[in-house]
Each structure stands twice: as C-alpha cells, then as structure tokens.
Ligand binder design. Sequence first.
Ligand SMILES: Nc1ncnc2c1ncn2[C@@H]1O[C@H](COP(=O)(O)OP(=O)(O)OP(=O)(O)O)[C@@H](O)[C@H]1O
Ligand SMILES: [Mg+2]
Length: 252
Amino acid sequence: MLTVVKIGGAWLEAGGDATAFRALADLPGELVVVHGGGKEISRWLERAGVPVEWFEGLRVTRGDGLQLTAMVLSGWVNKRVVEAMDRAGRPAVGISGEDGRLLRAEPLDQDRLGEVGRVVAVDPGVIRALLAAGYSPVISPVSAGGDGGRPFNVNADEAAIHVARGVEANRLLLISDVPGVLAEGELLSEVDEAIAAELARRAVLLGGMRVKVEQALEVARTGVEVRIGDASLLTGAPGTRIVASSSPPARH
Ligand SMILES: Nc1ncnc2c1ncn2[C@@H]1O[C@H](COP(=O)(O)OP(=O)(O)OP(=O)(O)O)[C@@H](O)[C@H]1O
Ligand SMILES: [Mg+2]
C-alpha cells in the first residue's frame, strides 16, 4: 500500500498541529508527502514588496517571486514538514521536484502566469530509493526547468498528482482547510467530471479548489483512489471522493 498525501499550505496554517502530524505519520504502508505553502509564500512576497497575483486559482510568479517561492517552499516549509514528521515518529527526507530529476516542467502560460510550470516528465527513482531506505520523501513542488537553469513554480496539487502517477500510488489524499468539496455549505460525498463541470459553471467551485478538483480528476481517470478533505481524512473520514465518472446504478 502506497499513499501520497498532499498537505496544503492552507491546512499547514490552520490545523497542521502535532496530533494531525501523528495521524499522518501513523498511516499504514509506504508514505510520500507533497506540500503546498500558499499563505506562507504570500506573506514573504508582501514583505519583499512583490505583488501577490492570482489567475484562475494559480499563483502568478514574476520577478523575485520565483526565488522567494523556491526559498519558502523548498527551504522553510519543506523542512518544517520533515521535522514535524520526524517528531511524530516517521523519519523523513525533504526534497523538491528539482532533486533527482523528480519533476520536470515547461511554462504553463508565460504571458499570464510568468514562471509557473506544468509537469511534463516524472522520474520516481529518488522516491523509490528513499522509500527503500526507510524514509518518507517530503516533496516541495518547485520543479526543474529546461536549459535555462531556473526552476518553475508548480501548483502543489499538480505536483502531487504527477508524483502519485509516477510512483503508481494506490491512493492520493489531498488535505486542505475544508472538509471536502462544498456546495451551498453541504459536503459532497462524491464528485465526478459532470458534477465538477456543473459546479464550475455555477461558480461554486472557485480558486484553489477548482484547480484541485481538475487535477484530482486527472489522476482518478488512471484508477487511483483520490479524496479531498481536511486532516480528518488521515483518521478515516471519507471527505469527497473524486471519481472519473460515477459508477452506473447496479441492475437487479
Ligand atoms: N466549492 C468549494 N468547496 C470547498 N472549498 C472551496 C470551494 N470553492 C473554493 N474553495 C476554496 O478553496 C480553498 C482550498 O484551496 P487552496 O488552494 O486555497 O488550499 P490548498 O490547495 O489546500 O493549499 P496550497 O494551495 O497552499 O497548497 C478553500 O480554503 C476554500 O476557500
Ligand atoms: Mg491550492
């Protein structure tokens, strides 16, 4: 059993406490963690006087934004997660998409998003090596670029789905600061392509959650079990299951 858990910057801020990290560390089987860090990045950008801009739920990365994002995500946030996992009893090693040629990206939409990448290649070798040595990899989504020597900022949900596919994970848990996908305050138990399209059309699915559901659908199509929720997912709460298309009603 191999589980990939993506912990959102939103959750790290709101509830990333020792109890939740113990639940993470106690998950059975092999464990790979991918983290975001949205709020922490925004704080440092503001301190440095770099504008905080978003386009359709994705962070725009220009100027010093790339360096700050790499420093905050691959440096500070990455090591805080490693340390918290270690303290919870699960030895971890922190890397980014740039290490061991794990994730390679190309510009997603340079005009609108700047130095934001989409993942074009995954090499899971470094993850396999760390797991074999008894360590849980903790992955920052900053990914290797092309020949220019500069990395790309990649949305952490996108990095997580490529990692999950690359290592052929059995399940992917996307942990945020909400109990799952919400519509009019109600938690949806299951979202498929048709429901996601309808929620997006009605502007119920916004910002980072819209990106998350779109990414989750990508990996659900490959047969991986995908759930979105808060830290209670780690102790068995169902959250919202993302499925490519709902199974047809059983015939009797
Ligand atoms: N229909 C919806 N249901 C639930 N949350 C929604 C919905 N529409 C928008 N959201 C927002 O999406 C947010 C989660 O996405 P966000 O990208 O902010 O967090 P994250 O992905 O967990 O963290 P990070 O981007 O730092 O990795 C929620 O906090 C909520 O405000
Ligand atoms: Mg997000």
